[in-house]
Design a protein around this ligand. Sequence first.
Ligand SMILES: Cc1ncc(COP(=O)(O)O)c(C=O)c1O
Length: 409
Amino acid sequence: MSVAATSDAAAAEQQLQRLERATAGLQPPFAVLDLDALWANAQSMERLAGGKPIRLASKSVRCRPLHAQVLARAGFAGTLAYTLPEALWLASEGFQDILVAYPTADAGALSELARITADRPETRIAVMVDCVEHVAALQAAGASEQTPLRVCIDIDAAWWALRGRLKIGAKRSPIHTVAQARALAQEIAARPAVKLVGLMAYEAQIAGLGDAPPGRPLRALAIQALQARSRRELAQRRAKIVAAVREVAALQFVNGGGTGSLSATASEPAITELGAGSGLYGPTLFDAYRAFRPRPAAMFALPVVRKPAAGIATALGGGYLASGPADSARLPRPHLPRGLRLDGMEGAGEVQTPLLGAAAAGLRIGDRVWFRHAKAGELCERFNTLLAVEADRVLDELPTYRGEGRCFL
Ligand SMILES: Cc1ncc(COP(=O)(O)O)c(C=O)c1O
C-alpha cells in the first residue's frame, strides 16, 4: 500500500471509531456532519481562495443554521442562492447580500422582491439575467427608481473550440462575447427600475470536472489539457468583459469559480469573489481533483437488515442518487467500514442496498454502514436533520431545508 493509501485508511478507521462512539444508541437511517472534517475543509477553501471572499453556494449546504455558521467565518461573505423564493426566505431569516445564481420566471416572487428591496434595502438580493426578457420581467415587477432591483449578468464561461463549433462547458448563459455583455449592460442601464451590480461567470468545465479521475490516466491528461486551454481563454475574456461592463455600470462584484477551481479562479485580477459550497461536505464527486481533495464530512448511516449470503450484507434504503448524467458516479458510495461496494445489478436501492466486498462478511444484522453522497446539498433532501459530530460526540442536531419544511427544487 502507498503512503497516501495507508494514511487514508488510518484516517477512515479513526473517523469510523469517532462516528460510532458519537452515535451509539441512535437508530439509523440518519445523516451526520463530521464537523472536524467540515471546518478543516472550510479552512482549506479559504486558503485556496487567497484572501478573496467565498460566496456560499446554498444549494450545496441546504441547512440554514450551518449556512449561518459558515458565513460567520471571515473567509466567507454573502450567499449564492438557487431560487428566488429561497432567497426571500433566507432574507426573512436575517440573511443579507444574496445573489440568486439562476434566472427566475416567477412574477409573484419578483413582486415580493420589489417590495422587500423598497422596505429593507439592506437585504441586498440580486437576481441573475442573461437576456432582455429577464430584464423586462424585472422591470414589470413594480420596483421604483429610488430602490431599483439589483441584477447580475451571467456570462457564459464555456470554452469554444474549432471556431465555435465545439462548445465545452455547461449550457447556461447565451452571453459569451464582450459585445454581448456590453449590449446587455446597456439594456439594463436604460431601465431605471433595475440596477446592474455584478457579473458572474461559472466555469463548470473546470470547477465541476475532476482532473484526476481514478484509474483513467489518459482521460485525466485530456481533461487537464482541456482545462488549461479553457482557463487561459476565460481569464482573458473575463478581464475584457469586466472592463467593458465597468464602463457602463459600477460593478460591486465579479463572481466566478467553484470548489474545484478556487485557487485558479481567485488568481484572476478581474475576479472579486468566488462562489462555492460543495467542498465543505466533501462529496464523492470531489474526490478526483488535484488542487483540492476535501475530507468526507457529510455522510449517512444505514442499518444492515439482512444477509442474503455469508459474503453479502444488505442495508435498509440507500437509493439517494445525485442529479446529472445518469452514470455510476451519481450513486452514493459505501464509505465505512472500508472494503464495501455496491452490487452492479442493484446499485443503491429504493428500499434496500446489498453490499459486497471484503468487509461485507464481517457485518452483522444491526451493524451500520456509512455512505457518502455523490453531491453535497442534495443529501439534505433525504433527511430532516444533520447530526453535527465534534470529536466523538453529537454536538447539535441541525434541521435541513427539508426539516424546516422548505423544498425549493
Ligand atoms: C453559479 C455557480 N457557482 C458556483 C458553483 C460551485 O458550487 P460548488 O462549490 O458547490 O460546486 C456552482 C455549482 O453548480 C454554480 O452553479
